[in-house]
Design a protein around this ligand. Structure first.
Ligand code: NDP
Ligand SMILES: O=C(O)C1=N[C@H](C(=O)O)C[C@H](O)C1
Length: 268
């Protein structure tokens, strides 16, 4: 069997560690490289050191060294870093799985352009549970479009740097599309002071940051006399890593194109 040759960007990160562990455990994948930023601690160390394992792959800050032997780069870093890695992958025709969140519209456009040349899975949440939840939200939103106020509430660990989460924004987008609203026009990201009564056409977002919460998302449909809550809670980052490996397998026979986890999981 030809094993997938995978390099991990953001090797020292929370997702970097869990991805390295998942690649090392997978029967159909081999770790060929690990990248982190130039001033990162642990550069030159074995990528499996945190597991007490010797992999023979060291953590590098040079993309030629880290990505040179890879067919796939899995990237969970920061938008600026991902876009640098993307340019390299386009040049070398390496397939990408992008889990990084917090891109602006321009960053998303760059990814879309790149996908004309290389195949990319780009998704704010790689877990099966969240992606099935998106389908439940579509059904719920169609039935609660009138008479129900829609609020997206998310909670994450104290280290998260972007808000609302990429998943919460995606949930808002899925709901808005299902009921014919434009999220850019109807999203309310903060409330303070004398806000006036709630505009029923809006979709509200609330963000909680604290402790080691892996990732909780709730969509509340608040009606008169009843309310419906659809909640997903992550207890482990392993689900994101397993989803990323499924995404890599999905890309095996693709030469270009932009895909998300709904494509990978055949939920479209
Ligand atoms: N799609 C999904 O399923 C999921 C997405 N995410 C997203 O993945 C991203 C990473 O999350 P997490 O692992 O928790 O974050 P961490 O901060 O733990 O890890 C990020 C890693 O990327 C490195 N990094 C930071 N800036 C750059 C840069 N400019 N260029 C290259 N590398 C950089 C960091 O290096 P250093 O520490 O040295 O700065 C670190 O190794 C976030 O955007 C998060 O929202 C997270 C979980 C699931
Ligand atoms: O930063 C995180 O941790 C997570 N980020 C993703 C997001 O922004 O939606 C996915 C998950 O919720 C964990």
């Amino acid at each position: 069997m030809n094993k997938m040759k995978i390099a991990i960007a953001g090797a020292n990160g929370r997702m970097g560690h869990i991805l390295i562990e998942a690649v090392l455990k997978a029967d159909d994948a081999i770790l060929t490289g690990a990248l982190d930023v130039a001033n990162a601690s642990g550069l030159g160390n074995d990528a499996g050191l945190f597991l007490g394992e010797k992999t023979g792959v060291s953590i590098e800050s040079d993309m030629d060294k880290a990505f040179g032997n890879a067919e796939y780069v899995i990237d969970f870093t920061r938008p600026a870093g991902t876009l640098e890695h993307l340019a390299y992958c386009v040049e070398k025709r390496i397939k990408m799985i992008i889990g990084t969140t917090g891109f602006d519209d321009n960053g998303k456009k760059v990814i879309e352009e790149a996908s004309k040349i290389i195949p990319i899975v780009f998704a704010p949440n790689m877990s099966v549970g969240v992606n099935v939840t998106m389908k439940l939200l579509e059904i719920a939103a169609r039935n609660f479009a009138e008479g129900y106020d829609i609020e997206v509430i998310e909670a994450h660990h104290r280290h998260k740097v972007d808000a609302p989460s990429g998943t919460a924004l995606k949930m808002g987008e899925v709901i808005a599309n299902a009921i014919g609203r434009d999220l850019a026009e109807c999203a309310v990201y903060s409330r303070e002071g004398i806000t006036g009564e709630r505009d029923p056409s809006t979709i509200g977002f609330s963000t909680i940051r604290g402790g080691d919460i892996v990732g909780d998302h709730t969509v509340l449909f608040a009606g008169t006399g009843e309310r419906i809550e659809i909640t997903h809670k992550s207890a482990s980052r392993a689900t994101y890593a397993q989803g990323s490996l499924r995404a890599a397998r999905f890309l095996a026979d693709k030469t270009n194109g932009l895909f998300d986890m709904q494509d990978v999981l055949h939920l479209k």
